[in-house]
Design a protein around this ligand. Structure first.
Ligand SMILES: Nc1ncnc2c1ncn2[C@@H]1O[C@H](COP(=O)(O)OP(=O)(O)O)[C@@H](O)[C@H]1O
Ligand SMILES: [Mg+2]
Length: 399
């Protein structure tokens, strides 16, 4: 994975100067002083090098930040930097625990060389974040991704981890469906959250984020998707990583999402990825297309498990056949429950309230259990074996 460096400075030009130099070595992420947030980000970004600006009146703050972070991450490699530095400043940085110091006015090659040297010798840090991210993709719109994400998140919040913070990222398209199913108005969206990145904390989380009555936190895309262009992609990615420090489980509805960079990033940091696909030729065809696109972008698609949406045993296209054709492992079948789903959607009620024992929920419970601890993952190793041969009539269509 690409290296990510955290750069702590209040001076945007200094961040840009340093970014330019570091560009070929990794992705610099710009942050202000906030020890708590930085401590969490070091964990979730898996950063092993952090650049802290030691300058004038800020050098006291920089010293404190450095020693605080080093007490949490003793192996973190803090590099002090300044536009220009004198011996006194460098000594101060070193005394707080910084292992290197660079001057922005040095030749870029020299800076790159010393950073490369650090990269070569510093071991990567173990991630400190504990949150589990489970992402649901849809082979195409309409296969049941949003409902699966909503019900999975609700099961986690209400049955499995009621005391823990759980987040549903309603990032599917058509936008806002998950919030609609939950009958929860979401005023604070992804763009708002990204703009608040530098003051992100538990207070913001409990006051600004929308919550379903179960306590489930929900964040949606902005109403006007064009607003996504106004936020920095790096900030959006940093925010997603940060969620893993604040929430025990994050369920992401990415069904039909078109913003590929953010999607790739969300997939990259997901702990489990499931793709919902129906037992229809068009659906399998789209699934194949999506897998192909992801592979083209360098993503290891063997990380994605298959979930059959609207499963009906009478349909002459067995989930195992679909899995075999797509070369995916079959994780679960979500039974077709048309009447129940429509009744719930139209009354704003949840299947969990109306029919808690419904087989649809029973299937999702197995996926939910897998989020609660290792070893408890029924269905996960259930690879689509060579149990059946793909239907003779279907195979040529999907080649
Ligand atoms: N298991 C199911 N059985 C029957 N209908 C379903 C099921 N899952 C979803 N649906 C229906 O399919 C439609 C699309 O569901 P949705 O979850 O919004 O799909 P997506 O997010 O993939 O577009 C809705 O009308 C929903 O009621
Ligand atoms: Mg949807």
């Amino acid at each position: 994975m690409e290296h990510r460096f955290i750069v702590v400075t209040e001076d945007e030009t200094h961040f840009h100067d340093l970014s330019e130099v570091l560009q070929s070595l990794g992705l610099p992420v710009w942050l202000h002083w906030n020890t708590d947030m930085l401590a969490q980000l070091v964990g979730s970004l898996g950063t092993n090098i952090m650049f802290v600006e030691f300058a004038g009146e800020n050098s006291q703050k920089a010293t404190e930040l450095t020693s605080n972070l080093l007490s949490v991450y003793p192996r973190l490699w803090v590099v002090g930097f300044a536009k220009r530095a004198d011996t006194q400043l460098i000594r101060e940085a070193m005394r707080s625990g910084a292992r290197d110091f660079i001057e922005l006015q040095s030749p870029p090659d020299e800076i790159r060389q010393s950073v490369q040297g650090i990269l070569d010798q510093s071991p990567s840090l173990p991630a400190k974040s504990t949150g589990n991210m489970v992402t649901l993709l849809g082979a195409r719109p309409g296969v049941g991704t949003s409902l699966a994400a909503v019900n999975l998140a609700l099961l986690l919040k209400q049955e499995y981890l009621p005391e823990e913070p759980i987040l549903l990222l309603d990032f599917g398209y058509p936008a806002g469906d998950a919030s609609l199913y939950l009958d929860t108005k979401v005023g604070f969206n992804l763009c708002d959250a990204v703009r608040s990145l530098r003051r992100f904390d538990h207070v913001l989380l409990s006051t600004a984020f929308s919550h379903h009555k179960s306590g489930l936190a929900i964040l949606s895309l902005p109403h006007n998707l064009a607003d996504l262009r106004d936020i920095s992609p790096v900030d959006a990615m940093t925010l997603l990583s940060l969620f893993k420090s604040y929430f025990k489980v994050i369920v992401v509805d990415l069904g039909g999402f078109a913003g590929m960079d953010l999607l790739m990033y969300a997939l990259g940091i997901s702990d489990q990825i499931l793709m919902v696909c129906e037992q229809t030729v068009p659906s399998v065809f789209s699934a194949r297309q999506l897998l192909h696109n992801l592979r083209e972008r360098g993503f290891a698609t063997d990380r994605i498990g298959l979930v059959t949406g609207k499963y009906d045993s009478r349909i002459d296209m067995d989930p195992a056949q679909i899995a075999q054709n797509l070369q995916m492992r079959l994780v679960e079948n979500l039974p077709q429950r048309t009447d129940k789903m429509i009744a719930c959607a139209n009354t704003g009620r949840q299947l969990l309230e109306v029919a808690p024992k419904d087989p649809y929920l029973e299937a999702l419970r197995k996926i939910a259990a897998a989020q609660c601890g290792p070893g408890d993952s029924p269905g996960l190793g259930n690879a689509a074996s060579s149990r059946s041969v793909f239907g003779r009539w279907l195979a040529p269509l999907l080649k």
